[in-house]
Design a protein around this ligand. Structure first.
Ligand SMILES: Cc1cc2nc3c(=O)[nH]c(=O)nc-3n(C[C@H](O)[C@H](O)[C@H](O)COP(=O)(O)OP(=O)(O)OC[C@H]3O[C@@H](n4cnc5c(N)ncnc54)[C@H](O)[C@@H]3O)c2cc1C
Length: 436
């Protein structure tokens, strides 16, 4: 083994110290869903990829752990279908509001399965990162990208790679890369160092979750409560969820929207306590069945963070604000945007032309642009408690309406048939398009 330079302590673990310099085709910052998906698709195409993750797997990530059919499709595409079968599969959603309850199965769709899974992020993210490694990516754990290498990177210049700190052994590595994928999540410190910021005209979400032991942990439907209330008993725009994990636990949480006029005054922990007290008693949720304190995080939605394309980098997943504004779902969009980024970078690497990176933004606009604009407009309307009560309260009287709502909100509208959901969606889309 080479001598360890004085400034590089040998890490306590069983690996040799990292080199002072390293180069690669693509450096991926963050091994959450979007970073690992990008790394998988790039490595699978034969590119030299270094994936750096500041934590160690298995690591917790605050999340509802709910995988919709869109997520499952991405996981199956990268060959993880058989691994998912060891986890809790579910068939649809039980929507509850204003004293009414509807059991809604996932719709049939030619491109997506009609089932989802609930998988803790400590299991899921380790699985996908290891899949990227098996495809040929190099994974460094305990490795934090602390700054881009380019001297002008914060002013629109190229990133050129990153200074990567070894959080175990100390010391840093200068990683020079032809391209960088910024997949460092909702806080995206690395993205901000490259000049990214959030468009505040697009609604932001906020969510909090905790685990409980529950006798109903093996239920085949996830549950959403669309009438959560604040301390005054007023309905607030957002929803509460109970997602069964099949292992004795359920993931319980609430999500809220920044379009709500009292958003800044809301204490999410109190709202969570109120939800736990209000949830159906059969789940047995109480301070006694809680498995630790709840934790929360922000949901950057509607492609609200950018610029997502730089001279030599792309931003994916939460770092690009990719969460679906209709329902707060982010895992599927992290996988999908990671995959789209890998396609654009693959093209740039093959052609030798960085202009190919612009194709990423074009694909995002084509895939999500209109749908996300519609979602943001819808969320602004839902921020008005009276409209939310009226819409949800009315919708809950009709199974057909709520089946459309589920399809639209989970982005499972079919292009190949003009059913009622599609007709409604296209009508709203036409209005949104005219409104600009
Ligand atoms: C309470 C809550 C509940 C949610 N529930 C759901 C749900 O049920 N279903 C759903 O689909 N979505 C849900 N979401 C959204 C979902 O969690 C995110 O959209 C998703 O995790 C985004 O994936 P990502 O890869 O972009 O980022 P992340 O999952 O945040 O991954 C980023 C990774 O980068 C690492 N990292 C950060 N900075 C650096 C650095 N400088 N160097 C190296 N590594 C770094 C982090 O450690 C992390 O592993 C929820 C979010 C919250 C807050």
């Amino acid at each position: 083994m080479p001598a360890v330079p004085a400034n590089r302590r040998d890490p306590a673990g069983d690996r040799p110290p990292r080199p002072a310099t390293r180069s690669c085709d693509v450096l991926v910052v963050g091994a959450g869903p979007s970073g690992s998906a990008a790394a998988y698709w790039l490595a699978d195409a034969g590119h030299d990829v270094l994936l750096v993750e500041k934590k160690h797997f298995p690591r917790a990530k605050t999340c509802g752990d709910g995988l919709t059919p869109r997520s499952v499709r991405q996981l199956e595409d990268i060959g993880l279908g058989p691994d998912l079968e060891h986890h809790h599969r579910y068939d649809g959603l039980r929507a509850i509001a204003f004293g009414k309850e509807l059991l809604l199965s996932w719709p049939k769709h030619p491109d997506f399965p009609s089932y989802g899974y609930v998988v803790t992020r400590s299991d899921l993210d380790a699985l996908v990162a290891s899949r990227a490694e098996k495809a040929g990516a190099t994974l460094w754990q305990g490795a934090e990208a602390v700054a881009p290498l380019g001297p002008d990177s914060g002013r629109g210049g190229p990133a050129l790679g990153a200074v990567v700190a070894d959080r175990d052994g100390g010391g840093t590595t200068e990683v020079s890369a032809r391209y960088v994928v910024v997949a460092d999540g909702a806080n995206s410190r690395f993205g901000r160092a490259l000049g990214a910021s959030r468009d505040r005209s697009v609604p932001l979400g906020m969510a909090i979750r905790g685990y409980y032991s529950s006798p109903r942990h093996a239920e085949r439907y996830i549950e959403s409560h669309l009438d959560i209330r604040d301390a005054h008993g007023d309905v607030v725009p957002g929803y509460g969820w109970i997602f069964p994990l099949g292992d004795g636990r359920v993931n319980v949480g609430i999500g809220l929207l920044s379009t709500f006029d009292r958003w800044k005054q809301v204490n999410t922990s109190k709202l969570m306590d109120a939800f736990v007290a209000y949830a159906p008693g059969s789940w047995c949720l109480s301070p006694e069945t809680a498995l630790g304190a709840p934790t929360g995080g922000r949901l950057p939605m509607g492609l609200s963070v950018g610029p997502r394309v730089g001279p030599d980098y792309l931003m994916t997943g939460d770092a690009g604000g990719s969460i679906n504004p209709f329902n707060g779902e982010g895992i599927a969009y992290a996988y999908e945007t990671g995959r789209l980024a890998a396609a654009a970078l693959g093209e740039a690497l093959r052609s030798g032309d960085p202009a190919a990176l612009a194709g990423y933004e074009a694909r995002l606009a084509e895939t999500y642009g209109l749908y996300y604009r519609l979602g943001s407009a819808f969320m602004k309307l839902m921020g008005r408690g009276d409209l939310m009560r009226l819409t949800v309260g009315t919708g809950m009287y009709s199974r057909t309406v709520m089946e459309w709502v589920l399809r639209i909100m989970s982005n499972l509208v079919r292009d190949d048939e003009l059913g009622p959901a599609e007709a409604a969606y296209r009508a709203i889309a036409a209005i949104a398009r005219r409104a600009g």
